[in-house]
Design a protein around this ligand. Sequence first.
Ligand SMILES: [Zn+2]
Length: 226
Amino acid sequence: MKISSVGEYGKQLTRLGAVNCFLVLEDDGYTLIDGNLKGTEDEILRAAGDVPIRRILLTHPHVDHVGSVDALMARVAGLKLLASERSIPILQVPPDLSLRPGEVGPIRGGTPGIATKVSQTVAEGDRLGSLLVIDTPGHIHGHQAFLDERDGTLYAGDEFGSLGKFNITGFMPWWFPLKAFSNRDQAKDTARKLQGYPVQRVACGHGRVLEGGRELVQGAIDRAKG
Ligand SMILES: [Zn+2]
């Protein structure tokens, strides 16, 4: 597990050189963004140290973002799980992958579901401590990103990836394992939407944290062809 700092308030935890989750410091302790792979709970707890983890906030229900959620819930008293309303059926065991009216599908990528029930849903415009919730559909329905308004860090989940070039995940090279997406056009629209926010750096689910805002995201939009 590699640990590095993100902006002024975040810690990036990277497993196997490719799978990230983030601890974001708030007045009452940490918010953990995503649950990484199965078996990461000890390392997440060690990284938090004496600071309590108060809540897990999910960008989306893919397997590499929810793997240690159940184990953490069992270990940490009072821990809450927060996710979008649209993620709830996809988080069930077995997952309900049916589409809602107007959605393009199918829903792709590993979605094993988890035993933990969502304690609170979060929606566009909500504020959780310092994090502003932004609906960012495309990679999967119900995907959300979180902007730390203190330092402009955008926790973007899998809307973008930065293993190699910074790209919208639906437009990664053909060999890239995270190409799984539900709606590429929607992911591109989401990137354009994110241009309306004061982003200073982007922290993705996979790859390094990149400094930059508008130009960085514009580069990903420009590379998203076809
Ligand atoms: Zn994903």
